[in-house]
Design a binder for this molecule. Structure first.
Ligand code: FES
Length: 393
């Protein structure tokens, strides 16, 4: 069949051709084609679809051009790309291993399965070994990745409102932003887009500086030695635990807002506080029909039904028909980079997670490390300015 127009990109999924639009991620292209099961869960082989659509939940992992476990929600679709779903040895759409969920209705204890018999125990272990894990090794061994090392006085990780406020207050900083389109045109410091800090360490290179950052930029690796670092990594959309919350068709509200398409017409939006109000209005402006807004302080979701989800039961005893469910909870602080190098994180509450502990100037327990904005559970602008000023001294 001819393509609709020459702007269409063609990729394949498990050998079937899929049309994508320029700028689509693989996830967007598949959702556009109404494909919602992206993989299977490791143990019970339950269907899994994308949730966060922002690269943080890991529910969209897919083999792309022979490389396993790539994030379909972050990889741009390119002409001829070969995508394969993982963890469905007998087919992801109708995975027979799904039977494990029903055969072991009370839960599968793989530590003790058939251990009463030596022989059966070994057989069970071999089968479990073969079924365990996600994806297969890459088709080709990857060659060495080009890398370089540079220095900077102050590095700000994240170009959201807090990171930009910190950089402006500091006057001169290198700002790393993992997204490739988050530029502030009036921004004076050095801004690296598409630069993801994947590791933060105490510097042990011969170069002078306190911190060593490992940064991924496209297919290159960059090491940065810095005197000081401000972490402004923001937060990540978090799920809400209830039966069926892991089914395809339950999405993070912010993820839906970032998609270039709608995943249906009718949504139920479930969440809390300002995030619920703001996301519901924004989704309505995106053209969704909001069937119901559920404030979890008053009504609980009891069960999501269908694959993809087609209805939501509530604690009021009603069944709300919908095309998808959007979860709108306050994003959980992305404290891991700061914590990994020794900053303390403290529990802010069930709906907020762990935030980096800072003083009034954004100082953490690590002398050269500062934190600002949502990652520290604080207002973006004021905490960004305070951390930027203190880090620049
Ligand atoms: S990581 Fe891709 S949907 Fe969450």
């Amino acid at each position: 069949m001819d393509r609709e127009d020459h702007d269409t990109i063609r990729i394949s999924l498990d050998g079937e051709a899929i049309d994508a639009r320029p700028g689509d991620t693989i996830a967007a292209a598949l959702l556009r084609a109404r494909i919602t099961t992206f993989t299977r869960s490791i143990k019970y082989h339950r269907p899994r679809g994308p949730f966060c659509l922002q690269g943080t939940c890991g529910q969209c992992l897919m083999r792309v051009d022979g490389v396993p476990s790539r994030l379909a929600c972050k990889v741009r679709a390119e002409e001829g790309m070969i995508c394969e779903r993982q963890n469905g040895p007998l087919g992801v759409d109708k995975d027979l291993f799904r039977a494990a969920d029903f055969v072991f209705a009370d839960g599968l204890d793989h530590h003790h399965l058939l251990t009463g018999s030596r022989v059966l125990g070994r057989v069970a272990m071999e089968i479990a070994r073969r079924l365990a894990g996600l994806g297969e090794l890459p088709s080709q061994a990857q060659g060495p990745i080009p890398a370089e090392l540079r220095t900077a006085r102050l590095v700000v990780i994240g170009a959201g409102p807090a990171g930009l406020a910190a950089a402006r207050a500091a006057g001169n900083a290198l700002v790393l932003e993992k997204e490739s389109a988050a530029a502030d045109p009036a921004f004076a410091s050095e801004l690296m887009l598409g630069a993801e800090c994947v590791g933060l360490y105490t510097n042990d290179t011969p170069l002078p500086g306190n911190a060593l950052l490992a940064v991924r930029t496209g297919s290159r690796l960059l090491g940065i030695v810095a005197e000081r670092v401000v972490v402004a990594t923001g937060g990540a959309s978090q799920p809400l635990p209830f039966p069926g919350c892991d089914r395809p068709g339950v999405y993070a509200a912010r993820g839906l807002l970032g998609l270039p398409l709608r995943v249906g017409e009718r949504l139920v939006v479930v969440g809390d506080g300002e995030e619920l109000i703001d996301c519901s209005s924004a989704l309505e402006r995106r053209g969704y029909v909001i069937e119901r807004v559920l404030d979890i302080q008053k009504v609980q979701p009891v069960r999501a039904l269908g694959n993809p989800v087609r209805a939501l039961d509530t604690s009021l005893g009603e069944r709300i028909r919908c095309d998808a469910v959007a979860i709108a909870l306050p994003p959980a602080p992305l404290h891991e980079l700061a914590s990994s190098v020794g900053a303390h994180a403290h529990w802010v509450g069930r709906l907020h997670g762990f935030a980096v502990q800072v003083d009034a100037d954004g100082r953490t327990a690590v002398p050269w490390l500062f934190a600002a904005g949502r990652v520290a559970g604080l207002d973006a602008i004021s905490s960004g300015e305070a951390a930027g000023r203190a880090a620049a001294k």
